[in-house]
Design a protein around this ligand. Structure first.
Ligand SMILES: [Zn+2]
Length: 346
């Protein structure tokens, strides 16, 4: 087995738990691949507005600074022992199971997140990407792996995951009457756009592309004007206020700046939307998507295959936006994950 197999990627910044299974129990009948993901924000929560020059870029990148993987790290990973809200967790198993599902449970048994396994293209291992929602409270969680075998038997194993605390920035964004109207647009057209985007972001296609990196920033040498999961206080034209979460990164770039695909994949959406303007969505893995908002023009079309670095459009200020910028977002099983988690994947 090559030491550069796909699933050997991505653990450099995370501590490893080792093979520390806490329990092993047979189970049957309760596992279904059609299980709904719970607690996910809708795609339309991702309304972006550039706060303008001088805005703080305060959010800290959660998982960073640890040593890289080396020969001492086992080939088949178990879960990391700790992670930050807004991270994803790359899981893998050499299981012979027909289906694999990972479920993250709170100490009270509440389902925080889940991930379906999918086959790798090189290693034959089963991988899964589990999103840790930004609102996850620090503490101890149970990560269950459920395997279902061809003979109908099933196996459940459990590890412990510690979720650490993470601070997010806070910013105030004043919205014009036009931007306020976009936020309150309840037209059938906008509803159709929201439904379509959510249908894509929650879609898990086992035949989706397989791209694990390296990931690239979609614009070059750009200052960030807003960070992932910053808390935003929108101040509407009529004086009302609302606090929302900013689900991506804003890059402050002039109108017309080339925007490149962050990774290989399939263009799942390329259209003009009321709230996010000219928009591109790329599918990179089963359930894993990158999103590009407020473009001035599109250079990609739906159904097209792209590589990391393929030109997909030019930046702009379309949709709900207070100035030219690119909004980049990543979704894992519908959940927003820090783009920096992907960029630091080694
Ligand atoms: Zn944004």
């Amino acid at each position: 087995m090559s030491s550069r197999g796909l699933f050997n990627l991505g653990w450099g910044a995370l501590s490893l738990a080792g093979a520390a299974y806490l329990s092993c129990a047979a189970m049957g009948g309760r596992f279904s691949h059609s299980a709904a993901f719970e607690g996910n924000p809708p795609g339309e929560a991702s309304l972006a507005a550039d706060p303008g020059p001088g805005a703080p870029a305060a959010a800290a990148s959660g998982a960073s600074g640890a040593s890289g993987a080396d020969a001492a790290v086992p080939r088949v990973r178990t879960a990391p022992v700790e992670a930050y809200p807004g991270d994803a967790i790359l899981l893998e198993t050499a299981s012979e199971a027909r289906e694999v599902l990972w479920i993250l449970l709170s100490s009270r048994g509440y389902r925080v997140s889940s991930a379906r396994g999918f086959g790798g293209s090189e290693t034959g291992l089963t991988a899964g990407l589990l999103a840790l929602p930004v609102h996850t409270e620090p503490g101890s969680y149970r990560l269950e792996r459920i395997e279902r075998f061809p003979d109908g038997s099933a196996r459940e194993t459990t590890e412990t995951l510690t979720v650490l605390g993470r601070d997010f920035g806070l910013e105030e964004v004043r919205l014009s009457a036009a931007n306020t109207a976009i936020r309150r647009d309840a037209s059938p057209q906008r509803k159709r756009q929201i439904d379509r985007l959510n249908e894509i972001l929650f879609r898990f296609d086992p035949d989706a592309p397989r791209f694990f990196g390296p990931w690239i920033h979609p614009v070059k040498d750009a200052r960030r004007s807003s960070e992932f999961a910053d808390r935003r206080e929108y101040r509407y034209a009529d004086g009302r206020k609302e606090t929302v979460v900013h689900w991506g990164i804003d890059y402050a770039v002039p109108r017309g700046t080339p925007v490149y695909a962050s990774g290989d994949g399939l263009v799942a959406l390329a259209e003009d939307r009321i709230s996010t303007g000219l928009t591109v969505v790329i599918e990179h893995l089963p359930g894993v998507y990158s999103l590009y908002y407020h473009l001035d023009s599109l250079a990609a079309s739906e159904g097209e295959s792209v590589r990391a670095g393929t030109l997909i459009g030019a930046s702009g200020s379309t949709g709900l936006s207070t100035g030219p910028h690119l909004h980049l977002e990543f979704r894992v099983n519908g959940e927003a994950v820090s783009p920096d988690w992907f960029f630091t994947l080694k």
